[in-house]
Design a protein around this ligand. Structure first.
Ligand SMILES: O=C(O)CCCC[C@@H]1SC[C@@H]2NC(=O)N[C@@H]21
Length: 368
């Protein structure tokens, strides 16, 4: 779709008067910009007497704000019916927006995917980006895991709250979301470094309502619980932000501390058996390892039949990569051996092709 000559309508809405004042100043000063000088027209939700509610599917900003219970994330919301990319909007205006600002679009026409993919972003998908600022460069690349966890936990919470059966959205570690073996969502995190801070834009795409050509959350929910059952985008994004704020706090204060916190072991790759193909000169040695959960630093933890422990690291593509860390026993800290190049293919999820790179390369994905 070429909509580059159409001005983009942005509707700004704050949770409280403080955020509404910021919204007003963003509008009055014409602060917000999009790449390619795409024209913008800004409106304040507080100045619209009747929220435009064209139909059941329209995004209700009031409903979103009423479901939001955060102290930071989502308190300033920018909604648009049509945007090039929510990710462009937040990353291009990072310095002007309060941390935690969320931008949501009904449709995007230049949606960003990982590895510089341009994404189809049709109506029916929940598409949003938000801003985070981090200080510790060592953990910035782990943020995408926290986002993934928050999405699946939020969906679970919403189903519980509405008395609905659980829809089994799973993380294909670290940043794809699958439902019944079909990709229904993905996460993109990008960052820039300025004044000793990492400015991270996190973007989430989740197919809530669009059943063609594969499936979506509400199609599965209808199969499980009947035609009248559906999750709304406003509720999902608010539940996500409520959950994300909690998990992010835990993550920043202590890292992932397994089981008593989120019940993520049930919906990660726990128990999945994957084949490691280790390339050693001209020989390929295959070993089966079983994914156990997460390492203390938030990577997938796998254990081989020889008790070798592997920490699986993602790269910036659809593929995965990892370095192995051999430990002397389960209770000592990871003793780093020189990372070995390994390719891993997962015979349970056929699309996996896991290629190797070194530990530090994982940071690259944030800058793709
Ligand atoms: O699977 C992927 O490659 C990641 C997809 C992330 C897409 C989301 S949709 C909302 C946000 N805005 C964008 O332009 N991209 C992200």
């Amino acid at each position: 779709m070429d909509s580059s000559n159409t001005p983009c309508k942005l509707l700004l809405c704050g949770k409280s008067s403080a955020e509404n004042e910021i919204a007003k100043s963003l509008m009055n000063n014409n602060t917000l910009k999009l790449p390619d000088n795409v024209e913008i027209s800004t409106l304040l939700h507080s100045e619209i007497l009747d929220e435009p509610q064209q139909n059941e599917e329209s995004f209700s900003l009031s409903r979103f704000m009423n479901s939001l219970s955060t102290n930071l994330f989502g308190r300033l919301l920018i909604w648009s019916p049509l945007l090039p990319s929510t990710h462009d909007l937040v990353s291009n205006n990072f310095g002007e927006l309060p941390i935690g600002t969320v931008c949501i679009a009904d449709v995007q026409y230049k949606g960003r995917g990982r590895s510089k993919n341009v994404l189809e972003s049709p109506a029916g998908c929940l598409m949003f980006s938000f801003t985070i600022q981090m200080e510790d460069g060592q953990v910035v690349h782990l943020l995408q895991y926290v986002v993934s966890l928050a999405v699946t936990e939020a969906i679970k919470d919403l189903c519980d709250k509405n008395g609905l059966p659980h829809i089994d959205v799973r993380i294909k570690w670290p940043n794809d979301l699958y439902l019944n073996g079909v990709k229904v969502g993905g996460i993109l995190c990008t960052s820039t470094y300025r004044s000793q801070k990492f400015n991270v834009s996190a973007g989430i795409g989740l197919n809530v309502d669009n059943e063609k050509p594969t499936t979506c959350l509400n199609a599965i929910l209808r199969e499980l619980a009947g035609a009248a059952c559906a999750l709304r985008r406003e509720d999902i994004v608010a539940a996500f932000l409520n959950k994300f704020e909690k998990l992010y706090g835990l993550f920043i204060n202590g890292g992932f501390q397994t089981p008593e916190e989120p019940d993520y072991k049930t919906w990660l790759h726990s128990g999945q058996r994957v084949i490691i193909q280790e390339k050693n000169e001209n020989q390929v040695v295959e070993t089966v390892v079983t994914i156990q959960g997460l390492t203390p630093s938030g990577y997938l933890l796998a254990i081989g039949e020889d008790n070798q422990i592997c920490e699986l690291h993602p790269d910036g593509n659809r593929s995965y990569s990892f370095t192995t860390y051999i430990i002397l026993n389960r209770f000592c800290s990871f003793a780093e051996s020189r990372p070995r190049c390994i390719a891993i293919s997962n015979h349970l999820l056929e699309t996996w092709t896991l290629l190797c790179h070194l530990w530090n390369d994982t940071n690259e994905q944030l800058h793709n």
